[in-house]
Design a protein around this ligand. Structure first.
Ligand code: AMP
Length: 205
């Protein structure tokens, strides 16, 4: 089963994706994580992404589509995968239809004020990739022992660009998938367990 997660920046996609892949036993493919890792590893993909990512702009469609196509062709994806952060434009969605049409598109929704609060308080583990909000942190480190850091694009200023891009380029995807009968929208408000319950229910509906 190929599931897609869409939603505005900091709606909780990464957190819910982590729980969902454990529940469904499929790989989690986060395009943001792939790009951040490529930047760390200084690959050609990372070099191309760096020009866009810290400004909150989208990486060109063909660059990210090639990376997703390659990742989905790997053996661990033969029974499906959870795509988190791809597609983000209609062109990407059309490209995906050609090589791996999704079964379900989960849309996690949250309002602007909440998103801004989450983005400016977000800390990410450099080892396991889990993210936390500063209000819920118990210590300086992640429970896996990794160090917590602030993403370069998690500033109020870059958030505005990311949200603007989301509204202009990614929101039309909802209509695209609604027409195809694949869209399930759940509210991203509340605790992560509450949101997760809504997701499981939406998947069963
Ligand atoms: P995320 O971790 O999903 O918030 O993604 C972080 C950044 O990576 C985005 O702001 C974009 O610059 C880039 N990115 C991730 N996924 C895509 C995509 N599907 N298309 C274009 N750019 C992407």
């Amino acid at each position: 089963m190929l599931i897609i997660l869409v939603g505005p920046p900091a709606a909780g996609k990464g957190t819910q994706a982590g729980k969902l892949v454990e529940y469904l036993n499929i790989p989690h493919i986060s395009t943001g994580d792939i790009l951040r890792q490529s930047i760390k590893d200084k690959t050609s993909l990372g070099e191309a992404a760096l020009l866009y990512i810290n400004k909150g702009e989208l990486v060109p469609d063909e660059v990210i589509t090639a990376a997703v196509k390659e990742r989905l062709s790997q053996r661990d994806c033969k029974n499906g995968a959870l795509l988190d952060g791809y597609p983000r434009t209609i062109r990407q969605a059309e490209a995906l239809e050609e090589f791996a049409p999704p079964d379900v598109v989960l849309d996690i929704d949250a309002d602007r004020e909440n998103l801004l609060k989450r983005v400016t308080g977000r800390r990410v583990c450099d080892k396991c990739g889990l993210s936390f909000h500063i209000d819920n942190l118990k210590g300086q480190n992640c429970r896996c022992g990794g160090n917590l850091y602030i993403r370069d694009d998690d500033t109020a200023e870059v958030f505005e660009t990311r949200l603007d891009n989301y509204q202009r380029l990614t929101l039309p995807l909802k209509q695209y998938y609604l027409k195809r009968g694949k869209l399930r929208t759940v509210s991203g408000e509340g605790t992560r367990d509450e949101v997760f319950e809504r997701i499981i229910k939406a998947l069963k509906d």
